[in-house]
Design a protein around this ligand. Structure first.
Ligand code: GLN
Length: 460
């Protein structure tokens, strides 16, 4: 059914870089055989999952949205994929994304843009735009994304689905194509909080192959959700919710502000005590993020040298020429811009002024968030300042695009878990246009996914 759905809508949506029907059907048949033999086929038996194309899949091309990896077929599965397969999931294909995760609209893919299923003239968000669009268009039951500065949460908001950024270290990064390793995390996009919880349960837990993987014991996050038919009348009674003041002011569109205000009223009606909280370091997070993420990226992406992975230019006159020709042809304009800026920030003489200062801001952001979460059980904000915008509207202005990440990047700097869930529609911005989804971002304590998902579930 899902492959049929992909066949019928993929021409319009363009959520996938690779769909391998034979690969998907072989996995499904293996699950069928286990069920026929009376074996346990796992908690996700037969569930069709789409995987962002920067997460390695054995035998299935993994491009990270880049020409430099156009022909790369990994000989191994990322830990997250290995665990999903072990739980019975079927990988239907690899989803489109901004090259190496660098972008907020999926327009930086080296292959094609993806369109938002709610309005095909608009972007699905990014960088996990293909994964969000695939779930919204019914091409997969759920999807994997990666989130370095909002790449799971912002597309979830643009496409009206649930997106979960787990705590840093909760899900192994082994087999995730690195962007900024101290910020990167793998997580689910799904149609409901419960589905996201099921995927997280299957993927979470220590992995010796990722040195930053946490030892935090994994729990059954889905089992921790309250059954909705037996909820008390005020299920969030006793919970304290802080609305991040810096995310509710100027710059937020009227439609997003109205939907989020509505969500805050709903949290109160569910029994939560809601109060505004000011985080003084909040606005400094965005520039600090762009210094740190680009610095790490400039180092991580040095591995695409034409020797070890993927594309190699036929240039034969020398090693330096080979590097230049391979990277010149294989990497896109935004990726080159970021490598240059990151290299600059790390260079002798500028390191103290940029990289080290940004690290200090990171510590302040972490402290502000952690101390707010001592007073509040959750923090909330919009997921992004506006709903989905039109293709091409921001692609020529990188700074304008970076600004849209204001509400999400701080959580990566702090390592905290956050879920984005649909909280209403913003009205059409022109007559006859459709209303567009708005997502509420809920932030939890470090490794507090069980409590966070439980609250999101009753809100949903
Ligand atoms: N849009 C942000 C960036 O371009 C975040 C991307 C991400 O989370 N991968 O860096």
């Amino acid at each position: 059914d899902y492959l049929d759905r992909i066949r019928s809508v993929e021409g319009e949506v363009g959520a996938f870089i690779t769909v391998d029907e034979a690969h998907a059907l072989a996995q499904a048949e293996a699950i069928d055989a286990r069920i026929a033999a009376g074996q346990d086929a796992g908690p996700l038996a037969g569930v069709p999952i789409a995987v962002k194309d920067n997460i390695c899949t054995r035998g299935l091309r993994t491009t990270a949205g880049s020409k430099v990896l156009e022909c790369y077929v990994p000989p191994f599965d990322a830990t997250a994929v290995e665990r999903l397969r072990a739980a019975g999931a079927v990988i239907v294909g690899k989803t489109n994304m901004d090259e190496f995760g660098m972008g907020s609209s999926t327009e930086n893919s080296a292959y094609k843009p993806t369109r938002n299923p709610w309005d095909l003239a608009r972007v699905p968000g990014g960088s996990s735009g293909g994964s969000a669009a695939a779930v919204a268009a019914g091409q997969a039951a759920a999807a994997l994304g990666s989130d370095t500065g909002g790449s799971i949460r912002q597309p979830a908001h643009f496409c009206g689905v649930v997106g979960l950024k787990p705590s840093y270290g909760r899900v192994s990064r082994y087999g995730l194509v690195a962007y900024a390793s101290s910020l990167d995390v793998v997580g689910p996009l799904a149609g409901s909080v419960e589905d996201a919880a099921r995927l997280l349960t299957a993927m979470a837990g220590h992995d010796a192959r990722d040195s930053s993987s946490s030892q935090e014991p994994s729990v059954d996050f889905a089992a921790a959700l309250q059954p909705l038919d037996r909820l008390p009348s005020r299920p969030l009674a006793g919970k304290r919710v802080g609305v991040i003041a810096q995310t509710m002011g100027a710059g937020v569109s009227a439609g997003v502000a109205a939907a989020v205000q509505g969500a805050i009223k709903q949290l109160e009606a569910l029994g939560a005590e809601v109060e505004e909280v000011s985080l003084p370091s909040f606005d400094a997070g965005l520039p600090a993020y762009y210094v740190l993420a680009l610095s790490e990226a400039s180092s991580n992406l040095s591995r695409y040298d034409g020797i070890r992975y993927g594309l190699r230019s036929p240039e034969e006159s020398g090693l330096k020429q080979l590097y230049e020709a391979t990277r010149g042809a294989g990497l896109g304009a935004e990726v080159k811009r970021r490598i240059l800026m990151g290299t600059y920030a790390l260079s002798a003489g500028y390191y103290d002024a940029y990289y080290q200062r940004a690290q200090k801001v990171r510590t302040l952001v972490q402290r502000d968030m952690t101390s707010a979460l001592q007073r509040f059980d959750f923090l909330v904000s919009p997921a992004a300042p506006t709903p989905a915008y039109k293709l091409g509207e921001k692609s020529s202005d990188p700074l304008e695009m970076y600004k849209g990440d204001l509400m999400t990047v701080n959580l990566n700097l702090a390592g905290l878990p956050a879920v984005v869930l649909p909280c209403g529609l913003a009205g059409p911005d022109s007559p006859g246009a459709p209303g567009l989804p708005v997502g509420l971002q809920m932030v939890g304590r470090m490794f507090g996914e069980a409590e966070l998902l439980a609250a999101a579930h009753v809100f949903e």
